[in-house]
Design a protein around this ligand. Structure first.
Ligand code: CA
Ligand code: CA
Ligand code: CA
Ligand code: CA
Length: 199
């Protein structure tokens, strides 16, 4: 009887953990950090002798995407060749988008914005201080939406082609995993240890 009573509890826990793993692995499979696309486009950052710039290798040619006096960091590219990165604007760090030959500065504020990720639809997620602690932001169709608004740090978001967003955030004690899907944020983990998507 003890074993019979125990089996369902294990099953429920197993299914719960399994569904969390499937959800997050599905997200990261589509939204993993990407410097190299399936068609062979490659992006990186490096010095031009003065400061860091963004570079693109595509169809046999290396193109320098940025040319300014501020550091540009950690580009990511999607399947359409759109590139996002963060860089200085002379004040703090901002988010940038390169699309069809044009560089657009996505953010323009007085706090840092870093580590952007881009999906196949050109939607971009990143985190920034929000003026206080770190929050998650989404750029979609020309509009920036602040996804989180709390007193704890939220960091390192990823986005898939369906617009689902995952990130790591503190719950007041340690880091937990959060998932935004169809307008709702769900806290995926709840324990006493740090959980991260990536660093
Ligand atoms: Ca630069
Ligand atoms: Ca900024
Ligand atoms: Ca926060
Ligand atoms: Ca945790």
């Amino acid at each position: 009887m003890k074993i019979r009573a125990y089996v369902p509890r294990v099953s429920v826990l197993f299914v719960s953990v399994l569904s969390t793993v499937i959800l997050l692995s599905g997200l990261t499979a589509e939204a993993k950090l990407t410097n190299l696309t399936e068609r062979g486009d490659l992006v990186w950052f490096g010095s031009d002798g003065n400061d860091n710039e963004i570079f693109l290798y595509s169809k046999g040619t290396i193109t320098q995407i940025t040319d300014n006096d501020y550091d540009d960091w950690v580009p990511q590219i999607n399947s359409k060749g759109q590139i996002t990165w963060y860089g200085g604007d002379g004040d703090d760090r901002e988010i940038y988008l390169y699309s069809k030959g044009t560089v657009t500065q996505i953010t323009d504020n007085d706090y840092y914005d870093v580590d952007p990720q881009i999906n196949s639809k050109g939607q971009i997620v990143w985190y920034g201080s929000g003026g206080h602690d770190d929050e998650i932001f989404l750029y979609s169709k020309g509009t920036i939406t602040q996804m989180t608004d709390n007193g704890n740090n939220d960091e390192a978001p990823q986005i898939n082609s369906k617009g689902q967003i995952a990130w790591g955030g503190r719950d007041g004690h340690d880091f937990e995993i959060f998932l935004y899907s169809k307008g709702t944020i769900t806290q995926m983990t709840d324990n006493d240890y740090d959980d991260y998507l990536w660093d």
